[in-house]
Ligand binder design. Sequence first.
Ligand code: HEC
Ligand SMILES: [Cu+2]
Length: 359
Amino acid sequence: MKKWVGKVRMLGLFSLMAIFLTACGKENLTALAPKGYSAERSFEVIIISILVMTVVFIVVMAIFTYVLIKYRRKKGQEDYIPEQIEGNKTLEIVWTIIPILLLVIIAVPTIATTYDLADESQKEDSINVNVTGKQFWWNFDYVNEGIQTSQDLYIPVDTRVYLNMISGDVIHSFWVPTLAGKMDVNPENENVMYIEAYEEGVYWGKCAEFCGDSHSLMDFKIVVVSEEEYDQWIENMGTPTEVELETASAQEGRDLFEQSCLSCHAIDGATQAPAIGPNLTNFGNRTMIAGVLEHNKEELVEWIVDPASKKPGNGMLNAPYLQGGPGSEISTEDAEKIADYLLELKSTEVVPEFEPFED
Ligand code: HEC
Ligand SMILES: [Cu+2]
């Protein structure tokens, strides 16, 4: 092999790594910088496996290189055959036992962690949230607090929160890499996992199971706040006050909303059963729109007028006003009024700091 071939290959490898690793730049969307209990335990298992594999690689490479050099064909010894070790009992035993030991080193912490992360002993005394995955959004139902919300899941810092997960349609997978591993969300059986975050902040969540047209847009956030903020949030959400609408536009927007949107979206009280669409009680406080769009009026108007352009195949496309129902169309002007209204729906002062698209 020519000398430069190796160099070119290394260059290729490094450029590939650069491409893949730069994709890991989004804050709080990585399993490699855990900020929660489950993610930290899983990370330890990753590290143990990598360490074991690295040791194996180094030892094998060392022996390989040694043998390659020592037993290379030498001048004058073309017919030399080194001592044959076929059927050597000691060696056979050694290279059977070593892999078994290595597997045990990996298996023990892996199994212990698996059981630890499935532990439900504290479920009764913890915050419980029923999570429903739907094409292509998430509903969060705080069981004991009687609160419904969607897309943004608020939890207190340093506290274990149990998530009881079910799907409203096809199989999804709930994944907040910085806080915990993945968990399948099935239509039939409830899967339970817990999360506990060490630091306040907003954490990105993704659906990790291909579930349809907008699967890759089925994002959500976990908003981790202090204990006091969480209590305040629960109180505000549980008793949402009638919002004083500031502008005439927002007031007209409310009427339009009641005509065309209320059949699927709850806004007057967080306690309603999950409707067909996300509960919009605190929509003005959301981190994003529909999990993926920047939270501003422009995006919101575009979403209302043409949700298919933002999230193909989503459930809002069944809205009568988009189906060409008689006299039902919503003009951009009307959508702006509705947007003014929705952006004023701020039921609480607990608002996370969040810049989704900063670079
Ligand atoms: C047929 C039921 C239906 C109707 C009617 C409907 N929507 Fe929706 N809406 C949905 C569904 C389902 C979603 C979730 C889409 C997704 O993210 O996959 C949604 C999402 C949204 C969101 C994003 C919510 C979030 O949590 O970020 C907004 C805002 C919204 N709708 C506003 C409206 C407005 C305004 C109207 C009336 C003009 C309306 N919707 C009418 C079903 C509906
Ligand atoms: Cu999904």
